[in-house]
Write a protein that binds this ligand. Sequence first.
Ligand SMILES: NC(=O)c1ccc[n+]([C@@H]2O[C@H](COP(=O)([O-])OP(=O)(O)OC[C@H]3O[C@@H](n4cnc5c(N)ncnc54)[C@H](OP(=O)(O)O)[C@@H]3O)[C@@H](O)[C@H]2O)c1
Length: 334
Amino acid sequence: MKAVQTETTGSIEALRLTDLPEPQAGPGEVLIRVEAAAVNFMDLMRVKGLPFDVPTPLPFVPGAEVSGTVVALGEGVESLEVGARVFGASGQLLNGGWAELTTARAAGLAPIPAGMAAEQAAGLTVAGAGAAIALIEAARTAPGETVFVPAAGGGFGGYAVQIAKALGATVIAGAGTPQKRQVALDLGADHAVDYRTPGWTEAITELTGGTGADVVLEGLGPQHVGESLSILAPFGRVVVYGVLPGYGKIVDVDALAALVNDPSQAKSVTGFNVTHWLTHRPQASLTAVGRLLGWIADGTVTGPRITSLPLAEAAHALTLLERGENTGKTVLIP
Ligand SMILES: NC(=O)c1ccc[n+]([C@@H]2O[C@H](COP(=O)([O-])OP(=O)(O)OC[C@H]3O[C@@H](n4cnc5c(N)ncnc54)[C@H](OP(=O)(O)O)[C@@H]3O)[C@@H](O)[C@H]2O)c1
């Protein structure tokens, strides 16, 4: 079968389209004929050899989530049948999806909702479910609140804009280019600001009449967290869901001290990871995902724009993500 693999970590250029033996479904797993495989930041981090919370065994076939058709069942699998069309996490270690065939734990898969294209289903777990669980469970977003969404022209951010709107919030989108700010407004954001230029927090202060945002999703990194804290309203929550290159290693100590030294403001910062929520808080997570699927079914959430590229263009897709030149969600088609 065709797959994209790297023998070493450290460089996107090391990725090769190659022929590999077909994988076998182990106990509790199924074999999936992949229809689409998402390109996520975690694939980039692992290919580049950056710190990641599960091991990256070499040689490595990236691809943490896929959609496709079940073609074989491993020992003990009763929840799925051959022929079922499914989406969800691939591999034992969130890997192996950039291939014609991949294995996945049956417990980490769900049926592709009726009417949904395989391309959208492929990116629904990390970006879609991630944004839903972050906003509904981690941030406890309430109607009438103001939510700031960074990288709103991207995958996670695109879902977050529409989910926050569905929850009855006012949404301020952050995006690095005029084109991406327009994308965010088209998705339903009430306002869009350039959040990568110094002084961006002033725009948020102005848009909220000096109060600040109730929920701030923070996906850039330590240096940006301090700025996010500075635009937080009383009782506000910063949900840190991502760390990107170029945003330092140290959180602004004064910003944290302000939070701790004035507890009457009741502000908080929390970390977030979709895999950890799905694994350790499955009931709450699946309830949030159920609400997302309901909004998708009734058209409230359409999701970010999807760009489909052939598997052979995996390195190009990762390069765009690394440069921040992607818009919406990219998926690979074997
Ligand atoms: N915790 C979780 O469960 C979870 C789930 C999904 C994603 N994430 C994290 O969220 C972040 C975005 O991941 P994603 O896969 O969803 O991609 P994405 O939403 O498409 O985000 C990429 C966007 O981030 C912005 N960006 C800002 N600084 C950047 C930099 N130094 N390098 C590259 N892009 C930069 C760019 O948009 P602008 O030009 O508009 O700034 C770029 O288009 C990553 O840190 C990822 O690990 C976390």
